[in-house]
Design a binder for this molecule. Structure first.
Ligand code: HEC
Ligand code: HEC
Length: 399
């Protein structure tokens, strides 16, 4: 489909998030793109089966205009791993979202297809289906369909770089017999199935299928296997859920983040927190390119507020935090122990511990070396090896 000037203008702003969300919402809701409005929504049981939901997991909410189907997930998987989706053929979604790293990339901040540096760390896509809002800090971005347009079309920074090359990318897909088949199967009613809306819906469907809930912790809690985790990890679990450490107030629930939504649950509007990582101006400022929710709302109380990410698979997603500025899990824990981070030198020097916008739940606590080891042992039990090596979530293009 041809993108109008108005739409491309709206899509041009990546960090001015409101217009992009508005633009995308309009675009996706437009009747001319043949949304799947007539598609039958699968029953709860079918969704659970399609997503292979583990015991104890609720049903994620799925938008009515993008019902899940096996064919869409399969098309989405091909697109996710295909560099043909970037204008210069250099990058796919999987370049920044690597399965073995729980769909992160190991870099501090992401690098786009043309070499532009993203201000943020590539997020884990673990259980992204349940996130109440998308990205590190955007209360307005509430559907995966909206989110996937950012790496596709965003220009600040360029990720896949499709803007201005929409037809080039579509022609590549249309020239491929494999894609003609996959798109037709995913869009049985469409006359011209290879189009951006169907690409977006397929990618979002694949993202929803990235479900992780078969870790040793899950075997311990949901599988009632007392031997699934070590005694040290059990002590760490108690620490994690203690009022002394407070972790669970932000990273609680089945997905280890309270910024979750699912069937029938209304999202918590206040699920963004300042954890005292920076204080560049002694007034609580964060570095200019990463001010968190503040970049969206421009309200001073939103300075440095980010979404508490899931801690599932956290042991394989280093480096940590929205800008990848914390190298190891032990360093993360030490920052919470100190009640924030003191940066005594460098461009962002300042004492995050005294950040006036810091959450009242991040006040610091003392751990013995043994307790710290226990907490880290517990966090490691959240690693789900099945997820990290599941062939159904892996690239269809490699053996
Ligand atoms: C250049 C690296 C890069 C590429 C390519 C990329 N992403 Fe991302 N992805 C990121 C970064 C960085 C974030 C966090 C963005 C932010 O906070 O603003 C992110 C966030 C996301 C999120 C939100 C996760 C959450 O928990 O809220 C989803 C979903 C996502 N990406 C899917 C995709 C898909 C699908 C593609 C391919 C169309 C893709 N990404 C391509 C780097 C990348
Ligand atoms: C006030 C809410 C809050 C509390 C309490 C809290 N966290 Fe966090 N956590 C967050 C937020 C928000 C982030 C992201 C911050 C950022 O990137 O600026 C985060 C990030 C993390 C990360 C890095 C995640 C990633 O993907 O990079 C880890 C690990 C973590 N927290 C563990 C813990 C542990 C362990 C505790 C208890 C000692 C804890 N958190 C307590 C809100 C909280």
């Amino acid at each position: 489909m041809k993108v109008t000037t108005d739409e491309s203008r709206m899509r041009r702003c990546h960090r001015g998030f409101e217009p992009i969300v508005f633009g995308l919402a309009v675009w996706l809701a437009s009747p001319t793109i043949g949304c799947g409005g007539h598609e039958r929504a699968p029953a709860a049981e079918e969704i659970a089966q399609l997503l292979r939901l583990p015991d104890g997991f609720p049903l994620p909410s799925v938008p009515a205009d993008n019902p899940l189907t096996r064919e869409k997930i399969e098309l989405g998987r091909h697109l996710f791993y295909d560099p043909a989706l970037s204008a210069n053929g250099m990058q796919s979604c999987a370049s920044c979202h690597v399965q073995a790293r729980a769909f992160t990339d190991g870099r501090e901040t992401a690098l786009g297809s043309t070499g532009q540096v993203h201000p943020r760390n590539s997020q884990s896509l673990t259980n992204v289906a349940y996130n109440a809002t998308l990205t590190w800090a955007n209360p307005l971005l509430v559907s995966i369909e909206q989110q996937v347009m950012v790496p596709l079309f965003g220009e600040l920074p360029i990720e896949l770089g499709v803007t201005g090359h929409e037809d080039l990318v579509l022609d590549r897909l249309r020239d491929s017999p494999m894609y003609r088949e996959l798109f037709a199967a995913a869009n049985p009613d469409a006359e011209a199935p290879i189009a951006w809306p169907s690409i977006i819906r397929a990618l979002a469907s694949f993202c929803r299928a990235l479900i992780s809930g078969r870790s040793p912790f899950d075997r311990f809690v949901y599988g009632h296997d007392a031997q699934a985790i070590s005694d040290s990890a059990k002590r760490g679990l108690d620490l994690f859920f203690s009022e002394r450490l407070e972790c669970h107030h932000c990273h609680g629930g089945f997905n280890f983040t309270l910024s979750s939504t699912h069937d029938g649950v209304v999202a918590d509007a206040a699920a963004f927190h300042n954890t005292g990582l920076y204080n560049v101006d002694e007034r609580g400022g964060y570095p200019d390119d990463n001010t968190g929710v503040h970049a969206v709302t421009h309200r001073s109380e939103d300075m440095g507020r980010f979404r508490a990410p899931t801690l599932r698979n956290i042991a394989v997603t280093a480096p940590y935090m929205h800008d990848g500025s914390v190298a190891s899990l032990e360093d993360v824990v030490r920052i919470y122990e100190a009640g924030g981070r003191l940066l005594s030198g460098g461009p962002h020097a300042g004492d995050g511990r005294t950040n006036p916008h810091k959450s009242g739940l991040v006040t610091g606590f003392r751990l013995t070396d043994g307790e710290r080891r226990d907490l880290l042992a517990f966090l490691a039990t959240l690693t789900d090896q099945t997820f990290l090596s599941d062939p159904e979530l892996a690239s269809p293009f490699e053996e």
